[in-house]
Write a protein that binds this ligand. Structure first.
Ligand SMILES: Cc1cc2nc3c(=O)[nH]c(=O)nc-3n(C[C@H](O)[C@H](O)[C@H](O)COP(=O)(O)OP(=O)(O)OC[C@H]3O[C@@H](n4cnc5c(N)ncnc54)[C@H](O)[C@@H]3O)c2cc1C
Length: 627
């Protein structure tokens, strides 16, 4: 048997004598947060002997201690609804009123239920290691008030939010964050205040952190507490400060490499599981403002088509919860097997609670049938998932057009196959669905797009047809895209409820994809033309001031130049010569507001420098390899 621990960032094995654990459980749940508390409760109510280990001193994680009290999408149904109902009933009999779910009461209800169900709960116990025999986890080791302890288990659910235990035993993870620079979504440091006798939480984005580095995490906690959004000036009699959430609001961290990875590309290409545990449901709610640095697919979706607001239901299969190569471990919560892009959709609290419930039911089936997780018969698991509504086939809408914040008022999106209707869509001020439908139609609509892109009567039809053609990789779009770029077209589509993207810089993104050499000098000029970007007259919720407007042009131009230079090495020298000195200037700075506030600026200089320096180093390495 080996004991695996994480030391200074790496999984370290220690050979140990065969352990006879003094305590053994059917299931150990690590982390009693959003997913873990529901997992422990579900498993115990099925009769399993469950140990729940939590490093803090309450249950509910981000949704209680972390003060993320609101629900944002997520699909309905499951045990959590019953718990929330109980919380609501208590809320009406003498407790302080709270916006969203009352966090204090939810902690209390979860504890009561765990006690009743017979979960052995250990608070202030941080798991620090796992015992392995081959690919089977035999037990875990933790440190708590009594010092170091350990227990054996037949099955493990890692619900630590960041797949901490999986990282300890060396399970494979996806590379962190987005491909270009590994940056994850911003964190928030939620503030809890009292407004008219109601406790309310507020979570504006505060910055970026790698929470697996204790020094960085501590800096983030302390620095964000001193930001303008958190200072005493923000509070008065009508909004009294109560506390800062003791758990930092981390939106993204590790993702396991799972037996069945679910990616954004899978979802957009209709490669969906037919054996779901649950349907996750949200829009692609990525909080990063530097969207030019996101993946091509995400930009196709959110920049070229402005489809930020489309909500998507995503079937999550059992394989997405199983770390590759391990047969008695499940990951419940936001570290499940998705990718960075899809994680902005698959992370909402309703879905993460269901994820805990589903993981526990899978563990129950495996244990009661004496099977490994890999050999569970889905038909045996499915009725259990359906029983409480954790799985509800009517939650699988496909996609919805979320123009209303009331989900039930939104309409289901069907991709358009009729070309006349696509033409109407492209000619409208809400062209996104038609643009994406054209992408799906591919060659079948190409001839029509080529015709529409040359006509002069309808500007929207011409310009949006160019977008659709560019997404098909067709260079016939180039003249119109150049026209849009040169005009610095300020048109903002109305496809999504929020965060639609300006047509001017979206055209630069597409010209970059098409590798248009002719625009290189113009892009280099944009990078040096901060003063050009003033007074964006159109109402764009995404952009709050001139510097931010410039940042979008700057970042899209930069990435377009990089894409063009991938195909045409000859332009690399000019790019290095123009951009290198600029970003190396010590006072180089471009400020961008964080979502959703207008009050907090973040300097993008560091992100830009990192991306530029890495790209230049890569080019240099390629150059050296040639010579
Ligand atoms: C700022 C912010 C705003 C959000 N807004 C919304 C929203 O409006 N609506 C919505 O639906 N969703 C929202 N989300 C998303 C949602 O809250 C999270 O994705 C979800 O709660 C994550 O659940 P989890 O179980 O994976 O992690 P958590 O709830 O964080 O639970 C992890 C638990 O594991 C414990 N733990 C970690 N390591 C160990 C260890 N080694 N040993 C023992 N215990 C350990 C932690 O203490 C914690 O209790 C938001 C998230 C953030 C950060």
């Amino acid at each position: 048997m080996i004991l695996m621990q994480r030391e200074q960032g790496a999984a370290v094995p220690v050979q140990v004598e065969n352990r006879l654990f003094q305590q053994t459980y059917d299931l150990i749940v690590v982390g009693l947060g959003t997913a873990g508390a529901i997992a422990a409760l579900t498993a115990a109510s099925k009769g399993l002997r469950v140990l729940g280990l939590e490093r803090l001193n309450a249950m509910g994680g981000a949704g209680t201690i972390g003060a993320v009290v609101g629900y944002y999408y997520g699909s309905k149904g499951g045990l959590f609804e019953e718990i929330d109902k109980q919380v609501q009933q208590l809320d009406s009999v003498g407790f302080t009123k709270a916006g969203g779910v009352n966090a204090e009461l939810k902690k209390y209800v979860l504890e009561q239920r765990c006690l009743e169900a017979g979960v052995s709960v250990r608070y202030e116990c941080a798991v620090i290691g796992a015992y392995l025999e081959g690919s089977t986890v035999q037990g875990v080791r933790w440190v708590g008030p009594s010092g170091v302890e350990e227990a054996g288990c037949r099955m493990l659910i890692d619900a630590s939010g960041d797949a901490e235990v999986c990282a300890m035993f060396g399970a494979a993870m996806l590379p962190p964050g987005r491909p270009v620079d590994g940056k994850m979504q911003p964190y928030s440091h939620p503030i809890v205040s009292v407004q008219n006798d109601v406790v309310r939480a507020f979570y504006t984005d505060s910055g970026y952190v790698d929470q697996t580095q204790d020094n960085e995490l501590t800096q983030a906690i302390m620095q964000s507490a001193c930001m303008p959004t958190h200072l005493p000036e923000q509070f008065d009699e009508s909004r009294k400060f109560l506390k800062l959430a003791p758990q930092l609001g981390i939106r993204e961290g590790r993702f396991i490499r799972a037996e069945e990875q679910v990616t954004f590309a899978d979802v957009l290409n209709d490669r969906l599981s037919s054996q779901p545990l649950l349907y996750a449901y949200s829009n692609m709610d990525n909080h990063n403002k530097d969207i030019a640095f996101e993946s091509v697919l995400q930009q196709d979706w959110a920049v070229a088509a402005s489809l930020w607001g489309i909500t998507i239901s995503v079937p999550i299969p059992l394989g997405a919860l199983i770390p590759q190569g391990f047969d008695n471990v499940l990951v419940a919560g936001r570290a499940l097997g998705v990718d960075h892009d899809l994680a902005s959709c698959v992370r909402m609290k309703r879905d993460m609670q269901k994820c805990g419930e589903a993981a526990a039911l899978a563990a129950y089936v495996a244990i009661s049938e004496k099977q490994s997780l890999h050999s569970i018969d889905y038909e045996q698991l499915r009725p259990l998932l359906l029983e409480n509504g954790c799985l509800n086939p009517s939650n699988h809408f496909g996609m919805k057009d979320s123009m209303s914040t009331q989900d039930d008022q939104n309409t289901i999106v069907s991709w358009i196959t009729d070309h006349e209707t696509i033409q109407e869509g492209l000619a409208s001020i809400r062209p996104g669905i038609a643009i994406w439908s054209s992408r799906r139609e591919g060659a079948a609509i190409n001839a029509s797009l080529r015709e529409w892109v040359t006509q002069q009567e309808d500007e929207n039809l011409r310009r949006h047809s160019a977008f659709a053609l560019a997404l098909q990789g067709d260079a016939a779009a180039i003249p119109v895209l150049r026209e849009i770029m040169r005009e610095r077209d300020t048109f903002v589509p109305r496809t999504s409820r929020k965060y639609n993207q300006v047509r001017g810089y979206a055209s630069i993104y597409l010209l970059g994809l098409l590798g248009d050499m002719e625009i290189v000098p113009e892009l280099l000029e944009i990078i040096h033309s901060r003063e050009q970007f003033v007074n964006l007259s159109t109402d764009v919720e995404f952009i709050n001031h001139d510097d931010e407007y410039f940042f979008q042009y700057f970042s899209f131009s930069l990435m377009a130049l990089f894409r063009i230079a991938e195909r045409n090495r000859g332009v690399r020298a000019a790019i290095i010569k123009t951009i290198g000195p600029l970003v190396s200037e010590p006072d180089f700075s471009i400020m961008v507001t964080m979502k959703p506030t207008k009050d907090l600026d973040f300097d993008m200089a560091g992100t830009i420098r990192r991306i530029v320096n890495e790209r230049f180093a890569q080019w240099q390495a390629e150059e050296s390899a040639v010579h």
